[in-house]
Design a protein around this ligand. Structure first.
Ligand SMILES: [Zn+2]
Length: 250
């Protein structure tokens, strides 16, 4: 995992997004505005992972080396290495001679959300204890910005990832950040965002607000509880999405 550098002058905090992307956020007249997304030489692995995350390749999709090389304008050797790495991480699986995007069954989904709730809760608790005042203010701005994105699930999903990433970083525990990164990498296999479910965006924003309030109050117990409750709601929504999708197929 690469990290974005801290601060580019002019009061512009660089917020790490994980993998190799950074967002530069500018505070203009007290408002936080996304100005620019810098792709810092994304490698083949990150390009493929991002494409899975954005739903370009859904579970079951075949990953063909030559097609990927052409799509991303990368030679075949790094693509092959990236595919091997993704297979080792079980994000891709073999089906005959092909590599396909893995999917998560019900048990894996439950296991993933259980781990996520524990780790994210811990991150919020630690953030309440260790976050710098500036980091807390960035979280507050993020929540304020969220409400403007209602009606755009894809933008909200990206904002949601940034919000959670910011809490992970504010925990100031690199081992925890690494574990959370692993969990979020697997989340890429879910492709559809639960924020697209009717009414979920508004409640999710309210939940983010409760998390930030607890962190601002430096209340570790409340931050932990608020984040766990948020993940539990997200899991509930995810289960509804899965059952709706299964119904659609039947
Ligand atoms: Zn969230």
């Amino acid at each position: 995992m690469r990290w974005c550098g801290r601060n580019g002058g002019f009061g512009m905090p660089l917020v790490a997004l994980g993998r190799s992307a950074c967002k530069v956020e500018t505070i203009v007249y007290g408002k936080l505005r996304m100005t620019e997304e810098k792709s810092l030489h994304k490698d083949a692995y990150t390009l493929i992972l991002d494409a899975i995350d954005e739903g370009l390749y859904r579970p079951g999709a075949r990953m063909v080396e030559s097609e990927l090389a052409e799509r991303f304008g990368v030679s075949r050797t790094p693509i092959r290495e990236a595919l091997q790495r993704l297979e080792t991480q079980r994000l891709l699986i073999r089906e005959g001679r092909s590599l396909i995007v893995a999917s998560l069954d019900h048990n894996q989904l439950a296991e993933l959300y259980a781990v996520r709730a524990e780790l994210e809760g811990l991150a919020a608790r630690l953030a309440a204890q260790h976050a710098a005042a500036e980091e807390v203010r960035v979280l507050r701005k993020m929540v304020e910005e969220d409400s403007r994105l209602i009606g755009d699930p894809a933008a909200l999903a990206r904002a949601n990832r940034r919000f959670h990433k910011q809490i992970h970083l504010a925990s100031h525990n690199r081992y925890l950040v690494r574990q959370l990164d692993l969990v979020h990498r697997t989340m890429a296999l879910l492709a559809t965002t639960s924020l697209a479910v009717e009414g979920r965006s508004q409640t999710a924003i309210g939940e983010h607000e409760a998390i930030v309030r607890a962190i601002e109050a430096r209340d570790g117990d409340a931050a932990d509880a608020a984040l766990r409750a948020h993940i539990s709601r997200a899991f509930e929504t995810r289960l509804r999405l899965v059952s709706a999708a299964a119904e659609g197929l039947a």
